[in-house]
Ligand binder design. Structure first.
Ligand SMILES: [Zn+2]
Length: 66
């Protein structure tokens, strides 16, 4: 259930900085520092993303990062 394939629509949403689940702008979501160049973003719907502050891009968090 957790491990869904990422669809092109989800990639498109992520590229726009929006949650793949609820569409909320991730800039408004809760953000904590995760490593040197990444932030961990927790959306209000519970999905977790990693924001790369150097590439300025979002991706889904891996199991090991949660
Ligand atoms: Zn969401």
């Amino acid at each position: 259930m957790f491990k869904k394939l990422i669809t092109p629509i989800q990639l498109w949403l992520l590229s726009r900085g929006q949650c793949v689940g609820c569409g909320m702008p991730l800039a408004k979501a809760n953000s904590v520092k995760h490593s040197e160049s990444t932030n961990k973003i927790t959306c209000s719907c519970g999905r977790i993303f990693i924001y790369d502050t150097q590439k300025r891009s979002y991706r889904r968090a891996l199991f090991s990062e949660i």
